[in-house]
Design a protein around this ligand. Sequence first.
Ligand SMILES: NC(=O)c1ccc[n+]([C@@H]2O[C@H](COP(=O)([O-])OP(=O)(O)OC[C@H]3O[C@@H](n4cnc5c(N)ncnc54)[C@H](OP(=O)(O)O)[C@@H]3O)[C@@H](O)[C@H]2O)c1
Length: 278
Amino acid sequence: MKPKTLIIGSSGKTGSRILSKLKQAGYPVQLGSRKAEPSFDWENPENWEETLQGIDQVYISFQPDLAVPSSLKAIQSLVQVCQKNKVKRLVLLSGRGEPEAKVCEQVVQNSGLEWTILRSSWFLQNFSEGMFLEPILEGKVLFPKVAAKEPFVDLDDLSELAFASLVTDKHKNKLYELTGPELVSFKDVFNTIAEVTNQSIEFEELPLDDYLLTLKEFGLPEDVLWLIDYLFRTVLDGRNESVVSDLELALGRKPKDFQTYAKETAKSGIWKMPERVS
Ligand SMILES: NC(=O)c1ccc[n+]([C@@H]2O[C@H](COP(=O)([O-])OP(=O)(O)OC[C@H]3O[C@@H](n4cnc5c(N)ncnc54)[C@H](OP(=O)(O)O)[C@@H]3O)[C@@H](O)[C@H]2O)c1
């Protein structure tokens, strides 16, 4: 019988892709989000037992990020409930360059269950489905650390590997550090998006503290500001400015490069700026 997977974050950027792959291949799935029935909420461990009834394996994307101080206790508690419910396999989405995430990875690796760790670089889809889409559509990007380079990962590649980790034994008990095939600076990202969409994107670099202050004035809550500060100050301090071959070896093909993603995404129309009345 095909194993049943709980996808935590099933309506998110990675979870939705894994969900459609599992469904297409005829695997039973259980949605994992606050809106699912039964609901799964990282803030509310009381009903995790109910959600995990009859579940054989779990794809774990934590919210908001394994770097936050509450993540360790949450992952420990989830692993305990999984052990109690005889879950067989865990696939954990983790963040590259985050020491706090490594501690959570170890909890999964030492769980006694089968595991795969996907320790990912920043997603390309942050620019088309995540926090950087809105400024792109407004045609005005304020950004700190524009010269920082990141080996962005495409989420169709990541979810292909997550799917294979759930439905085959090929990736059992393996930790993959996921990068795309090249380093790209944020400045190049925004310039390329302007080029492939034939739209102008005004671009202003500002110091990180000023950027955080601007976001605070826009009303972003303290915990979100803390995480943005952490991601820019810690993860983008140069530690991730390298490409590794794990994803290519695991997929058996080259991961998607930035130009291909940018051209495909431009064609989809996601970056088309709304008409402005002047
Ligand atoms: N963005 C990057 O570049 C990057 C890179 C490496 C690793 N990561 C990691 O990727 C993970 C996020 O994955 P993603 O981008 O696929 O997700 P996402 O697009 O941020 O989607 C969020 C998902 O989580 C659910 N959710 C939100 N709050 C929740 C809560 N309190 N309890 C349960 N579910 C909740 C949402 O559904 P509901 O709203 O219905 O609950 C939705 O399904 C994070 O752990 C992040 O650290 C991100």
